[in-house]
Design a protein around this ligand. Structure first.
Ligand SMILES: Cc1cc2nc3c(=O)[nH]c(=O)nc-3n(C[C@H](O)[C@H](O)[C@H](O)COP(=O)(O)O)c2cc1C
Length: 130
């Protein structure tokens, strides 16, 4: 099974969760603005994460979602962090749905202050889809 983990993180919280998921999947977590962020071959599962910043997700993540192709993604699984709001999950889901990419209904979310203790739950969550 091909798995990829992509995220955007301004201050490192979502990156930590991405790295736990990537560890579970045995792949690298790659920031959406990294050179190797594009999906070169089809993945069965794409874990995609981001955070909310004043009611929106970062433009870099928005652009990345716009550039995705349904030919390259079997299913997307969303994760997010924030102080309180889960709105990024809806925004990421909308971006994926607009591209015709199926989205897993279960999502992974941590409040920012809980991220440092997120490893076990993140690994357990990820393993259910890989
Ligand atoms: C400018 C700014 C605006 C934010 N707005 C919200 C918000 O409206 N609601 C919320 O729950 N968290 C908000 N947050 C908190 C971030 O979503 C949270 O710190 C998140 O974990 C950051 O993820 P990152 O470290 O991966 O960038 C905001 C943070 C910043 C810096």
């Amino acid at each position: 099974m091909n798995v990829a983990v992509r995220y955007y993180s301004r201050s490192g919280n979502t990156q930590k969760v991405a790295e736990h998921i990537a560890e579970a999947a045995g792949v690298e977590a790659v920031s959406v603005d990294a050179k190797d962020a594009a999906l070169n071959e089809k993945v069965d599962v794409l874990f995609v994460g981001g955070a909310v910043y004043a009611y929106g997700i970062d433009d870099k993540l928005k652009q990345y979602l716009k550039g995705l192709s349904s030919d390259k993604v079997g299913k997307a699984v969303i994760f997010s962090t924030s102080w309180l709001s889960k709105h990024a999950i809806d925004l990421i889901k909308n971006g994926l749905t607009e591209k015709g990419i199926p989205v897993e209904s279960e999502t992974l979310y941590f409040k920012s202050k809980a991220v440092d203790a997120s490893r076990d739950e993140a690994v357990k969550f990820a393993k259910r889809f890989i």
